[in-house]
Design a protein around this ligand. Structure first.
Ligand SMILES: Cc1cc2nc3c(=O)[nH]c(=O)nc-3n(C[C@H](O)[C@H](O)[C@H](O)COP(=O)(O)O)c2cc1C
Length: 167
C-alpha cells in the first residue's frame, strides 16, 4: 500500500482531488418551466431524513438551471443507470440543448422522469441552507420509484465507472 499524500485544504485543486476519492452515483435534477424542461447533473446527492422523507443535493450558485428549478418548487431527482453516462455529460453543459434526444415523461408533480433512470424521487422544495458557493437544498419526497433491474453509473476521481457486487 503506497503512503497517502497530504494536501492543503485551502487550495481548491487539492480539495477537489481529495474529495474526488469519495465515490458516488450521479443524479439529474429536473423540473419544468411552463412546457420547457430544465435539468442539471449532480453528484452531491444524499438521503437526509426518513421521517419525514427528505433528500438533499447541492447546486452551485453559478448554476443557471437551479434558479429555474427552485422557482417551480417541484422537481424530480433521477438516479442514472450505468448506460446513461452520455446523459450525465449532456446535463452538465450549461447553455446547451440538454434535452436533445432525451426521452422523458412528466411525473405526478410535472417534473421530468427520465426514460431508463435507475430510480427517481418526485419532490417539493422543503428548505435551503447557505453553503457559501453552493446551496444545501432539501427536497420532500412525495412519490418515488425504482427499476427492477440495472446497475448504477458511478463517479470516482473524475471518471465514470461501474458497480461490481462482491457476492
Ligand atoms: C459528474 C458531475 C457531477 C456534478 N455535480 C454537481 C453538483 O453536485 N452540483 C452542481 O452544482 N453542479 C454539479 N455538476 C456540474 C453541473 O452539472 C453543471 O455545472 C450544470 O449543469 C451547469 O448547467 P446550468 O447552468 O444549466 O445549471 C456536476 C457535473 C458532473 C459532470
Amino acid at each position: 500500500m503506497p503512503s497517502p499524500r497530504v494536501f492543503t485544504a485551502t487550495e481548491a485543486a487539492d480539495f477537489r482531488t481529495v474529495l474526488g476519492h469519495f465515490c458516488s452515483g450521479i443524479v439529474i435534477v429536473t423540473a419544468t418551466i411552463g412546457a420547457e424542461p430544465v435539468g442539471m447533473t449532480c453528484q452531491s446527492f444524499s438521503s437526509a431524513s426518513l421521517d419525514p422523507p427528505l433528500i438533499m443535493f447541492l447546486p452551485a450558485r453559478t448554476s443557471t438551471s437551479y434558479p429555474r428549478i427552485r422557482s417551480n418548487g417541484r422537481f424530480c431527482v433521477n438516479v442514472l443507470d450505468d448506460s446513461q453516462e452520455s446523459i450525465s455529460q449532456q446535463f452538465a453543459m450549461s447553455g446547451t440543448d440538454k434535452w436533445r434526444g432525451i426521452g422523458w415523461t412528466p411525473g405526478e408533480n410535472g417534473a421530468p422522469v427520465l426514460d431508463g433512470a435507475l430510480a427517481w424521487m418526485e419532490c417539493s422544495l422543503h428548505r435551503e441552507y447557505d453553503a457559501r458557493d453552493h446551496v444545501i437544498t432539501l427536497g420532500m419526497v412525495e412519490r418515488l420509484g425504482a427499476a427492477d433491474a440495472g446497475e448504477p453509473l458511478l463517479y470516482f476521481r473524475g471518471t465514470y465507472g461501474q458497480f461490481s457486487a462482491r457476492r
